[in-house]
Write a protein that binds this ligand. Structure first.
Ligand SMILES: [Zn+2]
Length: 150
């Protein structure tokens, strides 16, 4: 399942990417170009914008809450998707690209020394070059997800 989120849901877009979902963030443009993009890529629209017109073939979810944890809960519930731990941390939070494994010896100068010395597995975004490793970048994601799952 793929998503497209409107301007006011930037944080939620990042979270859906952390969870591994293909999530576009529609921050510029009018509602009709949003609909065109959603139709073209078969994306579910997630929005708080009630001016979004009903269109045939478009699935849209309207988020009611303002707090990020609640928004995430609301989305997962509305979409009826369970959290899939295997998918998590597989996408770049910034560009939505699928991350790829990178050998430790190739990133020596690209991460802090402490990280290099304490981590074994690294993944890289092929688009922006950002390097990720378990723990640091994602902070307390696991803890937040546990709260959401309850
Ligand atoms: Zn990236």
């Amino acid at each position: 399942m793929k998503f497209i989120l409107t301007r006011e849901l930037g944080r939620l877009a990042k979270w859906l990417r952390i969870l591994g979902y293909d999530t576009e963030y529609f921050s510029q443009g009018n509602l009709s170009s949003l609909i065109i993009q959603a139709l073209r890529d078969s994306r579910v629209i997630i929005t708080r914008n009630h001016r979004l017109p009903q269109s045939p073939g478009i699935k849209a979810i309207f988020i009611k809450t303002e707090k990020i944890k609640e928004q995430l809960k609301e989305s997962l519930k509305a979409l009826m998707i369970p959290l899939d731990h295997a998918l998590m941390f597989s996408r770049c939070i910034i560009c939505n690209e699928q991350l790829v494994d990178i050998a430790k010896d190739k990133i020596k100068d690209k991460v802090p020394e402490y990280v290099f010395n304490t981590q074994e597995d690294f993944i890289r975004c092929p688009k922006c070059g950002r390097i990720y490793w378990q723990g640091t970048h994602w902070g307390n994601v696991e803890a937040i997800l546990q709260e959401i799952e309850q």
